[in-house]
Design a protein around this ligand. Structure first.
Ligand SMILES: [Cu+2]
Length: 147
């Protein structure tokens, strides 16, 4: 009896310690935001290794997917379901890019820098070259914001 209470107490303390060191960023998927139509809010972030990003559908019709090339080597791509929340733990330093698949051409993108990382200019240029005009504009702003 005493032993099980003691262990439960230890588990509780461990969880509190973990919550204090890593933070969770809330990102809303919206039809309309401060930056215009079809946005992740916020659209950029600077995070620590081990933090999490919680993408929440504030409006229907959005999803979260990795932008090819915008993730550290060895990180599995994310492919969320439309209308569903997605939680991503950023366990490696680097630059992470996500898009909403239906609204890629409208520039619905999110970019995070995790840890002390720099965006490879070749990767940035290749991503911008493959992006439609609105997306290119928002991605350029996002890349500048995380510098
Ligand atoms: Cu969308």
């Amino acid at each position: 009896m005493f032993k099980s209470v003691f262990i439960a107490g230890l588990v509780g303390l461990t969880m509190i310690g973990g919550a204090a060191s890593a933070t969770e960023l809330q990102v809303k998927m919206r039809n309309q935001g401060a930056e215009g139509p079809m946005v992740f809010e916020p659209s950029t972030a600077k995070l620590k290794v081990g933090d999490t990003i919680r993408f929440t559908p504030a409006d229907p019709g959005h999803n979260v997917e990795s932008i090819p090339g915008l993730a550290p080597a060895g990180v599995a791509p994310v492919k969320g379901v439309i209308g569903k929340e997605v939680v991503v733990k950023v366990a490696k330093p680097g630059v992470y890019g996500f898009k909403c698949f239906p609204h890629w051409s409208m520039g619905m993108v999110f970019v995070a820098k995790v840890g002390d990382a720099k965006l490879d200019p070749a990767v940035a240029n290749a991503t911008l070259a493959s992006a439609p005009p609105l997306t290119k504009r928002r991605l350029t702003a996002a890349f500048n914001a995380i510098k």
